[in-house]
Design a protein around this ligand. Structure first.
Ligand SMILES: *Cc1c(COP(=O)(O)O)cnc(C)c1O
Length: 502
């Protein structure tokens, strides 16, 4: 039996048992050897794409004895960067680089360069960074309804990204529930479409993750969520918008469920936080999702996505100071001195906060409004274009993160064809689909049209040509059909190992 045979197995309720047997069997060298042989061809394929410079540049497995001349180092950085930047600059990439205008980038780089030696861990040395971070949090909170939230004193911190914002908030809920309610087996209720960061938080912090299937519109199911809440629930989660399908969960109804039970509710606005408030101002019908709802007790919003800051910042917000205090780390009896830090890291790059602040104050409300208008107009154009292709169907009711599937074609082959035409889109599964997160790059002249032209060609090709070898279609096909999740996660583990090969 090989991996392809496995893909056709239907285990159903036996899956947990088979998964255990698999984990057990892996301890035996003969089984592991056999598995490695099965993985080998897939790993070769992945290695080729992950290590394109293997033969073309010098590799440093150990420090060079003599330092390489700075000019040569910079030349090398430039050479490699040139190979990689055209794709996002020309608008071929879903998400990833959300602004990308050369003048904006040069401005952020200058802000970084001015402050590159700062570290907010030493708040006494660099009070300027504390000022920037306080203002980033305050500007984000006010954008997300803090000023109009009754009985709230919305506060927060800057984090290194959406994942850290989410990890921090979930850990705060866990610790508060343990202290104030004595909950020692905490549970977190999330829709299946919630970001993987909640899964990560559950794994890291010993929280049981209760995943609730979404409705046919890909939004969280309120009735099913209500049933999933128990006396051990520490927090309920909704997304605005969800990463896979770009839809807004019914935050009002979900947060009311939580409020009535006296538990936390987190709106994950990592993706939508810097678009939805402006969309609402532009007259789009946006259901309420922020602190204006009394049940929303925390939020995450990514400045390094549609806030147009450089990568490495996000904001986690709390409805009141009490929850934020659970996030802080402080220790009084360490021989190294009095030590305290707001997030997981110790030393942090103050320059990223300075650059984030620079992005926000230089763009301003009107700048964000203009950007949002362009993105939503392009999103509507792309959505209409997809809807005009009979073989494809748009999932849910999205504005600018647009997922498509097909009842007739293997959507992963469509994805592979798009990849051959330079596109970098996101493969999704459960159900099999592909999305594009529209950024300012796609609002440039002719980009949306080129996307739709290529998409029509991809559908035509997939319809009329036999499947080719290689590409991601078999991997995604396998991930969605192989009944033993351990097999697929083992592959991911090996892929990470490959990334660290010199
Ligand atoms: C991107 C994203 C995250 C995680 O953010 P990172 O910055 O990648 O850590 C969480 N939730 C949603 C909805 C996102 O789109």
């Amino acid at each position: 039996m090989d991996l392809k045979d496995l893909a056709s197995l239907k285990l159903g309720p036996l899956e947990p048992l088979v998964a255990r047997i698999y984990r057990y069997a892996k301890r035996f060298p003969a089984v592991r050897e056999r598995l490695e042989a099965e993985y080998a061809p897939i790993m070769d394929e992945l290695r080729k794409s992950a290590k394109p410079y293997a033969e073309k540049t010098e590799s440093y497995a150990a420090l060079p004895l003599e330092g390489v001349r700075r000019n040569d180092v910079l030349a090398e950085l430039r050479t490699l960067d040139e190979q990689e930047s055209a794709r996002w600059q020309d608008g071929y990439v879903s998400g990833a680089v959300y602004h990308g205008d050369p003048e904006h980038i040069a401005f952020l780089n200058e802000a970084y360069a001015i402050t590159s030696q700062t570290n907010p861990l030493h708040s006494d040395l660099w009070p300027s960074i504390a000022k920037y971070e306080a203002e980033i949090v305050s500007m984000t909170a006010n954008m997300l309804g803090a000023g109009r939230a009754t009985g709230a004193s919305v506060c927060g911190t800057v984090a290194s990204g959406g994942t850290e914002s989410i990890l921090l908030a979930m850990r705060s809920y866990r610790d508060r529930a343990r202290e104030t309610k004595g909950i020692t087996s905490p549970e977190l209720v999330v829709p299946t479409t919630a970001h993987a960061a909640f899964d990560k938080a559950a794994q890291y912090f010993g929280i049981e993750l209760v995943k609730v299937p979404v409705g046919p519109d890909f939004r969280a199911d309120v009735a099913a969520t209500k049933k999933a809440i128990t006396k051990n629930t520490i927090c309920v989660v909704g997304s605005a918008v969800s990463f896979p399908h770009g839809v807004v969960d019914p935050i009002e109804e979900l947060s009311e469920l939580a409020r009535k039970r006296g538990i936390g509710f987190h709106t994950d606005a990592c993706l939508g936080g810097f678009i939805l408030p402006w969309a609402e101002k532009l007259g789009y019908e946006i259901p309420p999702f922020d602190f204006r709802l009394p049940g929303v007790t925390s939020m995450s919003a990514d400045t390094h996505k549609y806030g147009y800051a450089a990568k490495g910042t996000s904001v986690v917000l709390y409805r009141n100071y009490d929850l934020r205090h659970y996030q802080y780390y402080k220790v009084a009896d360490w021989p190294g001195g009095l030590y305290f830090s707001p997030t997981f890291a110790g030393s942090r790059p103050g320059a990223l906060s300075a650059a984030c602040w620079a992005a926000m104050v230089s763009i301003g409300e009107n700048g964000y409004m203009d950007a949002t208008r362009k993105i939503l107009e392009t999103g509507a154009k792309i959505r209409a274009g997809i809807e005009s292709i009979p073989e494809l169907r748009v999932l849910g009711d999205p504005l600018w993160v647009i997922a498509m599937g097909s009842d007739q074609l293997d959507i992963y082959r469509v994805l592979d064809f798009m990849t051959k035409r330079s596109w970098n889109l996101n493969g999704l599964h459960k159900p099999a689909s592909v999305h594009i997160a529209v950024t300012l790059r796609h609002t440039e002249h002719g980009v949306a049209e080129r996307f739709l032209d290529d998409l029509r060609a991809a559908v035509e090709h997939t319809k009329t040509q036999p499947a080719e070898e290689g590409g991601m279609a078999p991997v995604y096909g396998m991930a969605s059909t192989v009944p033993v999740k351990g097999l697929v996660t083992d592959l991911l583990e090996r892929y990470l190992d490959v990334l660290y090969e010199v």
